[in-house]
Ligand binder design. Structure first.
Ligand SMILES: Cc1cc2nc3c(=O)[nH]c(=O)nc-3n(C[C@H](O)[C@H](O)[C@H](O)COP(=O)(O)OP(=O)(O)OC[C@H]3O[C@@H](n4cnc5c(N)ncnc54)[C@H](O)[C@@H]3O)c2cc1C
Length: 385
């Protein structure tokens, strides 16, 4: 069944690790909205979160395609990579745009697990998807930046040592163009909390450890600036392509999880004296889900290959994320329907995964914004904003 897949050894190793974290583990965490510390530690110890870090900095130096195999298997196994996927793509901002001193200071420790880089701070309550409207401001004061403002939906901030933060260093109205004047800072959360940073958890319909951040005069050393001041938006965009491709691979894993579970259940469950899967009204949606997940996974593979070849892949990353998130959602809905009442029972893990996979049509970028990108940038139709 897994015969022709890419990175078979990696997948096999991830599946083995995930087998130690069965449904009961995730259900208990979900009930209390607690963080899967043990699971994340096991992935870190096995080196799966540092696949993208070059060998020179202690990682395994593989490409994004290998990372997608890791996340897909995590999700196919019924686990969830949302607790730790940011470590993979956030690191890229430091790797691609950081100074050699920053790379030496952070990357080996991230690879070894000594430092956790799980938080990525972009979204703000009033700016929404229009990132150029962010207003969290870093004012230069001697050899520090002083940060004031607010972020929302910053996941894993309570379970991370570092955060890659996007903020304004020039107000939008004073910048040459709206996307200028934003900068990336590495924030050491261990020093920050209680010294100008307050983290408040936000409870959501899924267990995602997301939070709201309040900055009130937080001082960050100027040496923590990544790249050039004012050019941060470009650095973040680069990381966002990786993020979208990786999250698309999680959706593929979710989709396969639902198809595996639904087809398995449809073969076993007998009603009216025959397996429910013998009824084409039950069988065909599952087959359709499989077709859609398989097609979407080709787009994910293409986007990852382009990313790894250093080619511009914004459009493909977006398309992969959209197709994969829609395929996993259709598969989720089909799995619930196939399970009848049992689809709603916690013990089957379908309802939990259903809630989890719904997120990906909104975050990290919502479907409408992807369609708008394709409509205007690819097809040349007039812009709506
Ligand atoms: C659980 C969770 C975890 C998250 N984790 C992080 C994180 O770690 N770091 C981080 O920075 N962010 C994070 N986010 C934020 C996430 O990226 C945003 O929620 C997402 O980008 C959508 O932005 P918004 O919520 O502000 O929606 P809005 O921008 O307010 O949009 C609301 C709706 O309107 C639609 N819309 C808006 N403008 C247009 C338009 N011009 N045309 C058509 N439709 C439009 C959108 O498609 C969307 O459906 C997280 C969000 C969630 C829910």
């Amino acid at each position: 069944m897994h015969g022709t897949e890419s990175f078979p050894e990696i997948r096999e190793a991830v599946r083995k690790l995930c087998a130690q974290f069965p449904g009961e583990y995730w259900r208990a965490l979900d009930r209390d909205r607690t963080y899967p510390t043990q699971f994340v530690q096991a992935l870190t110890d096995a080196g799966f979160l540092s696949v993208l870090i070059p060998e020179a900095y202690g990682g395994s130096g593989l490409g994004l395609a290998a990372a997608t195999a890791v996340l897909e298997e995590i999700h196919r196994s019924g686990c969830n990579g949302g607790a730790c996927h940011a470590q993979m793509y956030t690191m890229g901002t430091i790797l691609k745009h950081g100074s050699e001193a920053q790379k030496q200071a952070y990357l080996p420790k991230i690879a070894s697990g000594e430092l956790r880089l799980q938080a990525f701070g972009v979204t703000e309550p009033t700016a929404g998807t229009d990132t150029t409207r962010i207003s969290t401001f870093a004012r230069r004061d001697g050899d520090h930046y002083v940060i004031t403002g607010q972020k929302l939906w910053i996941s894993r901030a309570e379970h991370s040592d570092l955060m890659v933060l996007l903020c304004r260093t020039t107000a939008r109205e004073d910048a040459t163009k709206p996307s200028d004047g934003m900068s990336v800072l590495i924030v050491d959360l261990r020093d920050a909390v209680g010294n100008g940073l307050t983290i408040r958890p936000v409870r959501t319909m899924l267990n995602h450890a997301t939070t709201e951040l309040f900055f009130d005069g937080l001082r960050v050393p100027a040496e923590n600036l990544v790249g050039q001041e004012g050019k941060g938006f470009r650095y973040i965009l680069d990381g966002m392509n990786a993020e979208r491709i990786l999250i698309a691979s999680e959706c593929i894993g979710d989709g396969r999880f639902f198809v595996d579970r639904a087809s398995g259940y449809a073969k076993e469950r007998e009603v009216f004296g025959r397996p429910i899967g013998q009824n084409q009204g039950v069988q065909f949606p599952i087959a359709r889900a499989h077709v859609q997940v398989t097609a979407a996974s080709l787009m994910v593979d293409k986007a990852a290959a382009m990313f790894d070849a250093g080619e511009p892949c914004g459009t493909e990353a977006n398309m992969a994320k959209m197709l994969a998130s829609e395929a996993s959602w259709f598969a989720a809905d089909t799995a619930i329907q196939t399970h009848g009442g049992f689809g709603f029972a916690e013990d089957y893990d379908i309802e939990r995964k259903f809630r989890e996979t719904r997120l990906y049509q909104v975050a990290p970028i919502s479907t409408n914004l992807i369609l708008s990108h394709v409509g205007t940038h690819v097809l040349g139709m007039p812009k709506s904003f």
